[in-house]
Design a protein around this ligand. Structure first.
Ligand code: ADP
Ligand code: ZN
Ligand code: ZN
Length: 737
């Protein structure tokens, strides 16, 4: 007779790809436990960890007398439903990532570290009934108390303690005194259960294309359907999102909106907040742990109608999710590039499928993967072809700079055009995807190049701090005066970063107000918002920026946009470089122009006849994607095949070599469909003192590839040579660096 299930299989945040077996804590009956509860368990020698119960089974591979008891159960109920647990399991399985790191690592920190039990936590304050109509100034000598009371009074649904804490220093004593005096009372959840309907109050009339888009999306009803909302910049995709979401929210459902970057899109958020009078949760990197947790719980319990967030918002549990939007779906930031390398966009598709709901992937420059999914009918394409209002697309000019006189990174013809726009008091936007002053510093006498001692890659010169910085490992050192090889003093700058470009412009246009937007200039919290605001108001004449500037933000006063160095993307070892460059050029072009002046785009290049640029100049992203897709098909690259990258690094090269060869030998050699490339050295050979190599697997059938992967990884974990290196897997890698 099979024994009763009494063994708890628990996920623990460790790099080990397995669950851990425990016995229930003393006094706790296994039949009372439900997967999704957290427990405190003994782990290793005299350590404790927080675990998540995944299943309860009858048998363990561990001998009964060796099984340990869990210490305590932290939650009286599971922290999320079984649906969400299945999603996490699937994610861990698909990415072949340790389930503990997936299940606990993606939780809000205050939950994953066990620092609080859920039920006690969120405390709200509201006015006691009967106190509503009393005047405000009852505490003449206690302004703080009065202010807190005022805040609570102005929020009839209650104010979270967190909000009070944020608004007032030394809030605790006056608040508790108010409570003792019988003015306010606390409760652990929001009382009101009336579902507030998303309001109309529209000022904008949707055009025919937009209306059709919304109708199509909503007609999916409660069934899975992926839509590719392919709309040129300025075609009003945001309105389509808003209206579709509103329909779903009015049906009592919730919405998840993913954005590449929240700091850069204040307009987008404001739009949502002001137009939909509903509870919105924002999730981004600037939040405190508590704020993050509040949104997580609010969404889970259905108190928040819509969650807007970056990549990691995909891990939010929902009570009743009704629609998912992924804006700028082609954006690279949806893929986490270290540790757990998941793609939030791809996970969003799984979640929509799991929930039987529509998902909208929006972009002006869709990823080739998505375009191919339209071709093979997995996605339904909805096109928005017109810019709203009377705006036209700017004209794109390819500027041949071969044999042009250059001033720094700028050709004479471009400088002339910039001057014309400035003379007319118009804004200019210059795009250069390289921060710092100069990417290479070289000795003019002997050719020595300043390289990072830990990465063996050239360091970028940052002039204002007079330092050499490695953009791969953050290593910095003081700029040298003499060449370490020949002691010559002439160290020259090669190439141009945004800082050097700024200098060139300052020299040419001493009266112009110039602003540089890149990761260095926007480090301070809130800096980016105020800079963008400033630019929008027209206080700036020339905007210089990296990728950050190309994303999502529209500058109506910009009439000239220029891509300073298009050649970077044309010839690269990365097969996706062309696609990326095309997307960036289209995005930058979309930043310019307004109703009465569509604006001009200038692309500086040494390769004016490159088919990619010629197609782009016609704004023909569709034709361009066909070109690239044809190429990919011939070479069997994604999306016509699926890839898995095994990366390894170690302090000595031979260790990695050894491991990757072992790994290769463990792959089935009878499968002719499986292509194996490597082991080869990674494009960035060394990072932070570690050598790096990789092995690439490629196959046109995803399912078969996954079938091979499972057993392979188990054997990799048992490889002795694997213990001497750090290795990781990247499923559907987006870069090969
Ligand atoms: P996209 O995201 O497609 O690039 P946006 O959604 O940012 O475009 O819309 C561009 C501008 O057009 C916004 O200022 C928006 O308010 C406006 N807009 C959107 N739809 C309409 C419409 N139907 N009529 C007039 N203006 C609109
Ligand atoms: Zn030298
Ligand atoms: Zn380095």
């Amino acid at each position: 007779m099979p024994s009763k299930p009494r063994i708890l299989r628990i996920a623990i945040n460790t790099p080990l790809r397995r669950l851990f077996d425990y016995l229930p804590p003393g006094g706790c009956r296994p039949e009372q436990m439900i997967p999704g509860q957290r427990l405190r368990v003994p782990f290793g020698k005299s350590k404790e960890k927080i675990g998540l119960l995944v299943e309860i089974v009858s048998d363990s591979e561990i001998e009964p007398h060796k099984l340990k008891y869990a210490i305590e159960v932290l939650d009286s109920k599971p922290i999320f439903d079984q649906h969400h647990l299945r999603f996490l399991k699937w994610a861990s399985d698909y990415y072949q990532h340790p389930s503990g790191e997936v299940m606990l690592g993606t939780l809000p920190k205050l939950l994953s570290n066990g620092s609080l039990a859920l039920k006690k936590y969120i405390r709200y304050w509201k006015l006691k009934s009967g106190k509503v109509n009393k005047p405000d100034d009852v505490f003449v000598n206690a302004p703080l108390k009065t202010a807190i009371l005022k805040l609570i009074r102005s929020n009839p649904d209650g104010v979270s303690e967190e909000t009070i804490r944020k608004n007032f220093k030394n809030w605790r004593a006056p608040l508790y005194s108010l409570s003792e005096l019988g003015w306010v009372e606390s409760f652990s959840h929001e009382v009101s259960d009336d579902r507030r309907l998303a309001q109309h109050g529209d000022t904008i009339q949707l055009n025919a294309e937009q209306k059709n888009a919304v109708a199509t999306i909503i007609s999916a009803g409660n069934s899975y359907q992926a839509f590719l909302l392919n709309g040129i910049t300025g075609s009003g995709k945001t309105e389509v999102y808003l209206h579709s979401i509103r329909e779903r929210i009015n049906q009592g459902l919730q919405a998840l909106v993913l954005l590449p970057e929240i700091a850069l899109t204040p307009q987008f958020i404001e739009h949502f907040k002001s137009r939909l009078n509903i509870k919105t949760g924002l999730l981004h990197s600037g939040l405190t742990d508590r704020e993050r947790l509040e949104t997580w719980i609010g969404a889970r319990d259905g108190d928040i109608n819509i969650v807007i967030g970056t990549r990691s918002a995909i891990w939010t549990p929902f009570k009743q999710l009704g629609i998912i939007i992924v804006d700028e779906e082609h954006d690279l930031s949806y893929k986490q590039q270290e540790g757990f390398r998941y793609s939030a966009r791809d996970l969003a598709l799984y979640r929509a499928h799991q929930n039987n709901i529509p998902i909208v992937l929006g972009s002006a420059t869709p990823s080739l993967e998505s375009i191919q999914n339209v071709v093979n009918k997995r996605y339904q394409e909805i096109k928005l072809t017109k810019r709203t209002g009377n705006a036209f697309l700017p004209k794109i000019n390819v500027l041949d700079i071969r044999s042009c006189t250059m001033d720094g990174a700028l050709s004479k013809p471009l400088l002339k055009i910039i001057r014309q726009h400035l003379d007319k008091k118009q804004q200019v936007l210059l795009f250069l995807n390289r921060r710092g002053y100069a990417p290479v510093m070289m000795c003019h006498n002997c050719g020595w190049i300043a390289k990072c001692p830990r990465c063996n890659i050239q360091m970028t010169y940052h002039k204002h701090i007079n330092k050499l910085c490695c953009h791969h490992c953050q290593h910095q050192e003081k700029m040298i005066k003499n060449c370490p090889e020949c002691s010559n003093q002439k160290i020259i700058e090669i190439g141009h970063g945004t800082q050097r470009l700024t200098e060139t412009l300052e020299n040419n246009f001493p009266d112009a107000k110039i602003m540089r937007i890149d990761r260095d200039s926007t480090r301070r919290k809130g800096a980016i918002q105020s800079m963008l605001e400033n630019a929008e108001k027209g206080n700036i004449d020339i905007l210089i920026g990296t990728q950050m500037l190309a994303k999502g933000h529209h500058f109506p006063k910009v009439t000239l946009a220029s891509i300073i160095d298009a050649d970077q993307g044309l010839y690269s070892a990365d097969f996706r470089a062309g696609e990326r460059m095309a997307q960036i050029i289209m995005q930058v072009s979309g930043r310019a122009g307004r109703a009465d002046d569509p604006g001009t785009v200038i692309i500086q290049t040494h390769h004016p006849d490159h088919p990619l640029l010629k197609t782009l100049a016609r704004h023909d992203y569709e034709e361009l994607s066909k070109l690239i897709l044809d190429e990919r098909k011939q070479t069997m690259l994604p999306p016509f095949s699926y890839q898995v990258l095994l990366r390894a690094e170690a302090n000595q090269q031979h260790k990695i070599n050894h491991f990757l060869h072992d790994a290769r030998n463990l792959l089935p050699d009878t499968n002719t469909q499986l292509q194996i490339f490597g082991p080869i050295t990674a494009p960035i050979e060394k990072r932070a003192g570690h050598y790096r190599m990789q092995l690439l697997l490629q196959m046109h059938n995803r399912k078969q590839l996954r079938n091979i992967l499972g057993p392979w990884i188990i054997s990799l974990e048992n490889l002795p040579s694997g213990r001497k290196v750090r290795w990781s897997l990247d499923i559907d890698p987006q870069d090969m660096l």
